[in-house]
Design a protein around this ligand. Sequence first.
Ligand code: SF4
Length: 196
Amino acid sequence: MINLSFNKDNIKINLKAKICENTFLKKYLDFEYFTNLCKTGCPNYKTSWACPPNSPKFDDFAKGYKYSIIFIGYSTLKDDNDLSQVHTNLKNILTPMLVKVEDKLDGVLTSFGGSCSRCKNCAYINNEPCYFPNLMRYSMEAMGINLDLMSKEMFNHSISWDSNSKDKYCTVIGSVLFNDFQNEEYFKSIINNLFN
Ligand code: SF4
């Protein structure tokens, strides 16, 4: 497993990454359950081409790709930190890494979570086709992956923290699907080149 930490824009980021076959990730897929959670609890439901009910099942999306490299980035919250701001900062800092890996591997990335924010108003609301279909990306949770279970089992990292604990942190999870196998050293060099 890749395990790195670095500082960027005054944020200390811990990064873990692991390569696996996409068939292995099917064990974390529960599309009906997680898209129903979106339906009942997320304001983005039915507002974007990238979110349920428009997002595909992960195994359909992964067809044609043998491997994924999963990235988990997390940062400790200080007392005055706003969780959603730290979440946005983490996504903004780490997304260029996914784009770089996607480009190098001729793969396709899944975003670091949340809805697609490329356009101010998603074309879906206007009943139009996606304005940037080549740039729009889905998150793993929008495709029915149980991120908490995956994170615990693959990375020994729980996404949610105990509210009584002082150890509060924010986690983002994204991945790149690809075919030509590369070892972890290859990915480390990409990450180091971007963040050191
Ligand atoms: S690229 Fe724009 S239109 Fe397409 S899903 Fe994202 S926000 Fe919607």
